[in-house]
Ligand binder design. Structure first.
Ligand code: ZN
Length: 203
């Protein structure tokens, strides 16, 4: 076949110029072959592509080439356009974020909320997730049901374990008495005040 010519897969005809019945586009042989015989301008299927615009009086001589409209001017066919539709990216960071957010949903008091914030969440190469919850902050009988549900929504496995690490404040039980951080902070201040050095408490 001559350079620039292409053969229609249905009509078994060669041409260097093709016409789209759907949008009246005039298409080069290279353009139509690169676009798998779909019109690069309007996406019409191969049954709408002909080597003569038999529906025009001049058989398409006066029809503008599709490249003239600008969009299909490049040598790259349209189907290679980058797909930039929004997709849920299940990166390690995003999984950890969603799991920690779910743990916060599961938290009913300040202690559990601190446990959720300090939980060690790791994601393995299969996107399965390990959650280590601090035993002084998260009750060991308590299932994080929201976290388990979110894992199921994402189609990932979840493993739970307890850990014992250095907790940030003394008397972890104080955090179980309230769900308000201001109340908790006041309790902490009062409790620590009882242990103030004698020189601090002299008036
Ligand atoms: Zn077309």
């Amino acid at each position: 076949m001559e350079r620039g010519r292409s053969r229609h897969p249905l009509w078994d005809r060669d041409s260097d110029t093709w016409f789209c019945l759907h949008c009246n586009g005039k298409i080069t042989g290279v353009q139509i072959a690169q676009n798998l015989w779909h019109c690069p301008a309007c996406g019409a299927s191969p049954v709408d592509i002909f080597d003569t615009a038999f529906w025009c009086e001049d058989e398409g001589k006066s029809l503008p080439p599709i490249g003239a409209k600008g969009k299909s001017n490049s040598s790259k066919p349209d189907f290679q356009v980058v797909d930039d539709r929004p997709k849920l990216e299940l990166s390690e960071r995003n999984i950890v974020l969603l799991m920690r957010s779910a743990l916060l949903d599961d938290s009913t008091d300040v202690s559990e909320r601190l446990g959720a914030l300090l939980a060690e969440i790791t994601v393995d190469e299969d996107n399965d997730v390990w959650i280590s919850l601090e035993e002084d902050l998260w009750p060991d009988h308590k299932e994080p049901t929201q976290a388990i549900k979110v894992a199921a929504q994402l189609g990932i496995e979840i493993e739970l374990e307890t850990m014992r690490s250095k907790i940030p404040f003394h008397w972890p039980g104080l955090g179980e008495l309230t769900s308000s951080t201001t109340e908790y902070t006041q309790m902490l201040l009062d409790a620590y005040a009882q242990y103030a050095a004698p020189s601090d408490s002299k008036s």
